[in-house]
Ligand binder design. Sequence first.
Ligand code: CIR
Length: 277
Amino acid sequence: MTVFKFNRAIVRQPAESVVDGLRAGDHEGPSFAGVSAEHDAYVAALKQAGLQVTVLPPLAAFPDSMFVEDPAVVFTEGAILLRPGTPTREQESAALREVLSTEFDIVLDLPVGHVDGGDVLVTPEKVLVGLSDRTDETGAAALIDLLGRFGRRGEIAQTPAKTLHFKTACSILDEETILATEALAGSTVFKGFRVLTVPPDEPGGANVLRLNDQVLVGATFPRTRDILLDHGFSLTPLDVREIGKIDAGLTCMSLRWYDRGAIAVSQRRDRETLHRG
Ligand code: CIR
């Protein structure tokens, strides 16, 4: 099962309230202009990598709502609305229901517990669900149960201490290769994978995004970039310094999937339009 072939994505524009986004520590937040510029460059990179991108409008009431990866997980087979594990983000799932119901025939709801999509790493054989301050055992078990409906197997993993999400500390590069921080590289859940380790002074470099033939990587992690180049990956460096101030990285700004019926869907819309007309 391929894990980096994508043709569709959903993103949400940042709201001005993003300057109040959640962060560990009491340092200053990002500027709205800076976040907007990083988001624009990100959307351009998704398109450049061959994805059709649906851009949702900003939600001022939810400062972190541009990080659409956390309230849902999506697959070719369908979508699952999650229950984000922090109070200010709980309602973000409901705000995605309409668009996901348009895009997917099957939309399931996590019934209990809490899971942030940032803790969900899709690999060919299994979906890893990292326990963290946002994702609890009840939610992880319920998610693994729902994954069975899509014919997918799930496995619980541990997110390293003081790390927001599992995918803050690791990414999948291809069917055989994981990029991880030193803290996570030795995890038994990566047994059978080749694991590339980011330099200890670049832990933020571990959050990259493989999209078709490109790997989106933070521009401020030069040694991580060198490792990826040495292993033959084609890189698209992107500035993530502003969103980094609110603990975000490259995966969190989109939901991505491969839509087998991309043409069929557009034909269906045409038919619906004709029907309404
Ligand atoms: C939060 O704390 O929820 C946001 N400030 C950052 C979310 C980043 N999401 C992600 O990495 N999946």
